[in-house]
Design a protein. Structure first.
Length: 95
């Protein structure tokens, strides 16, 4: 799972999950249930769009910064949490 390190409040960044099988081979078809999450850390908040599945084995969602601080962005595939999460810093947006 990958996502940018930071985003301004009110703007979005793309989170991407590239699915692999148990032998770390890239999957080339979609169809899995993938849900992205944004958990508040240090008072930051973000919203997450519905997951986009272009049927390629890669899944994306837009994470939009809301309140300044940090959030942990993660992904679940078929309701199993990944050990890989990333921190996203939400910076002040334009006034």
């Amino acid at each position: 799972m990958s996502v940018a390190a930071s985003v301004n409040s009110g703007l979005g960044v793309t989170a991407t999950l590239v699915a692999k099988d148990s032998n770390s081979n890239l999957l080339t078809a979609g169809g899995s249930l993938v849900v992205f999450t944004a958990t508040p850390l240090a008072s930051g908040t973000a919203t997450v769009s519905a997951t986009n599945d272009p049927n390629t084995g890669s899944y994306t969602a837009t994470v939009t910064g809301v309140l300044v601080g940090t959030v942990m962005v993660g992904a679940k595939i078929s309701l199993a949490a990944f050990n890989s999460t990333q921190t996203l810093t939400v910076n002040p947006g334009a006034i």
